[in-house]
Design a protein around this ligand. Structure first.
Ligand SMILES: [Zn+2]
Ligand SMILES: [Zn+2]
Length: 203
């Protein structure tokens, strides 16, 4: 496993893109670091990422790997897992990085307790400092630990996603707005967009 690390400048730029420094972003940076070292950067659709979370870490992956929503080579599966698959079209190389269970141990549980208390009733000064310190400690650990300690390396659970295709547009017969053909729905001979279709279903 390659261990060439991101520069401090790179980390600062990623933090600016995301808006704050946090354990989730740190995790994403380590994933991106692995992807760039092992797969290369993706100016086009050569590298594809499938992410199973939509949390902080995905911003690092978009910013650092060249896999972005807009290009269609970043695909979100809403499984709520810290799991990230990468595929290289040229030679079929593929890997899924899954954050190990209980990755942050006792510190992670403390962070969870403090977060819940913050939402429920707020924190006193001492607790607020503790929360910040714990976040910082977890982030530092993520940045410094060997990858093998953070992730399991597995085979992807799905084949490489197909290239983004240009599809024809259809016009919704209810709201008059256009949508991609692949996102159109049919209801009693009518062609509808998804929001109009779902509004009908709710009636
Ligand atoms: Zn964050
Ligand atoms: Zn519509």
């Amino acid at each position: 496993m390659s261990e060439a690390r991101m520069s401090t400048k790179c980390i600062q730029e990623t933090t600016a893109f995301h808006g704050h420094w946090c354990p989730g972003l740190a995790l994403g940076i380590r994933v991106a670091e692995w992807a760039v070292n092992e797969m290369g950067k993706s100016p086009d659709e050569e590298i594809v990422a499938v992410v199973e979370t939509d949390m902080c870490g995905v911003d690092a992956i978009q910013f650092l790997t060249g896999c972005t929503f807009g290009k269609g080579n970043l695909i979100h599966r809403d499984y709520g897992k810290n799991a990230f698959s990468f595929y290289r079209r040229r030679d079929g190389k593929a890997m899924r990085l899954v954050a190990k269970p209980d990755l942050f141990g006792e510190k992670g549980r403390l962070l969870g307790r403090l977060h819940r208390k913050k939402l429920r009733e707020g924190l006193n000064e001492e607790e607020a400092r503790r929360l910040e310190r714990t976040r910082e400690e977890i982030s530092t650990h993520i940045m410094e630990a060997p990858l093998q300690e953070l992730f399991e390396m597995k085979k992807p659970i799905e084949p490489v996603p197909r290239k983004a295709r240009i599809l024809t547009s259809l016009t919704c017969e209810s709201c008059g707005e256009q949508m991609m053909e692949s996102r159109s729905r049919r209801f009693q001979e009518q062609i509808l967009c998804i929001p109009c279709f779902e509004a009908l279903e709710r009636r």
